[in-house]
Design a protein around this ligand. Structure first.
Ligand code: FES
Length: 64
């Protein structure tokens, strides 16, 4: 699913960048070599990144 039409960023791209350390859409987009343009995707992008970071945190806690 495309999250950012301006940059053709998919949900999977954002989840992968979150797992690689991105904690915000701006960071994830920078890691992908682009930046937000119109900005309409940012709330959804943030939600996806937050979800991924939470899942990562829970997985880390469960493994400890
Ligand atoms: S849809 Fe992402 S910057 Fe426009």
């Amino acid at each position: 699913m495309i999250v950012c039409v301006c940059n053709a960023i998919r949900e999977e791209d954002l989840r992968r960048e979150a797992r690689k350390g991105a904690t915000s859409p701006g960071r994830a987009y920078a890691q992908l070599g682009c930046k937000a343009k119109c900005g309409s995707c940012l709330p959804f992008a943030r939600q996806i990144i937050d979800e991924e970071l939470e899942a990562l945190s829970e997985a880390t806690s469960a493994a400890a």
